[in-house]
Design a protein around this ligand. Sequence first.
Ligand code: THU
Length: 133
Amino acid sequence: MTDRELMELAQKARETSYSPYSHFRVGAALLTKSGKVYLGCNVENASYPAGNCAERTAIFKAVSEGEREFEALAIVGGREGETSEFCAPCGICRQVMAEFCGGDFKVLLGNPEKFSTYTLKSLLPLSFSSKDL
Ligand code: THU
């Protein structure tokens, strides 16, 4: 699985986004160390805080299927009807990544034609995790 292929899967996942309130559509593709991919999209709710981001949908799907070892996460997001240029993960999603992924976990942001690679430690420096408890 190349980084570009993972971005293409995130773009595909964006098609299922349920975002009737924000009209901001996000897709995520999570690659496990064993080579499987879990897709996620944002799922909103009339009670706004009940909604879930695409990244957490993908991570929770994977963990609920018994996966805990992750290699990379691709994220594609943007306003409805527009191609994504760049969608950074929110702070809660970064914290959820930190629960399961090390600092070298790869996060791919942009779109399949143009994206950048970040490490989790660059996106969430000085993170709080189980090792602090
Ligand atoms: N959203 C995501 O799914 N992931 C992000 O990285 C940023 C924001 C969603 C949440 C909400 O459904 C919509 O985008 C607008 O905030």
